[in-house]
Design a protein around this ligand. Structure first.
Ligand SMILES: [Zn+2]
Length: 155
């Protein structure tokens, strides 16, 4: 298994292994090789409604760093916009993957479905202008929003 060595927040060297994830029922399993392209809390209304949660935390990787380990036949694909497609488990409904022509050659996966140790911290809030009014965010992470969802915003 491929892995890289990195320092954690305390400066301690640690081995970062590939990430392993799966849907709730376990039919779909996947593996992601580092480095990740991003980790962000996504507040767009599509994520909110499709996941039934205040926001979805995504991480992204290059297509060639992503491997489906099991369950290809159990994946249900759904286009949420003209350019984007989301994938779910046909059995348990877990929201797993996102691909868009806006970010070609990338796979975005829901961090909540990672089952191996995940020590990385989200780096930003995106689509923050669409945030649900019924939650407050009190962290110091940069906030992006506006029309594209990823423009710097001040509030
Ligand atoms: Zn499942």
């Amino acid at each position: 298994m491929f892995s890289i060595i990195a320092r954690n927040e305390r400066g301690v060297l640690m081995e970062l292994k590939n990430l392993i994830g799966q849907c709730f029922c376990g039919a779909i399993k996947y593996e992601v090789e580092r480095p990740l392209k991003f980790i962000a809390h996504d507040h767009c209304s599509i994520c909110r409604r499709i996941s039934g949660a205040a926001f979805v935390t995504w991480a992204g990787t290059k297509e060639n760093q992503f491997k489906l380990l099991a369950g290809a036949d159990n994946i249900s694909s759904f286009k949420t916009t003209a350019e984007a497609e989301r994938q779910f488990c046909k059995t348990c409904g877990s929201h797993l993957f996102f691909r868009s022509t806006r970010w070609p050659d990338e796979v975005h996966f829901t961090v909540a479905t990672v089952t191996s140790d995940f020590v990385d911290q989200p780096k930003s809030h995106v689509f923050f202008s669409d945030k649900a009014k019924w939650i407050d965010i009190h962290d110091e992470l940069p906030r992006y929003g506006g029309k594209t969802g990823v423009e710097p915003i001040n509030e």
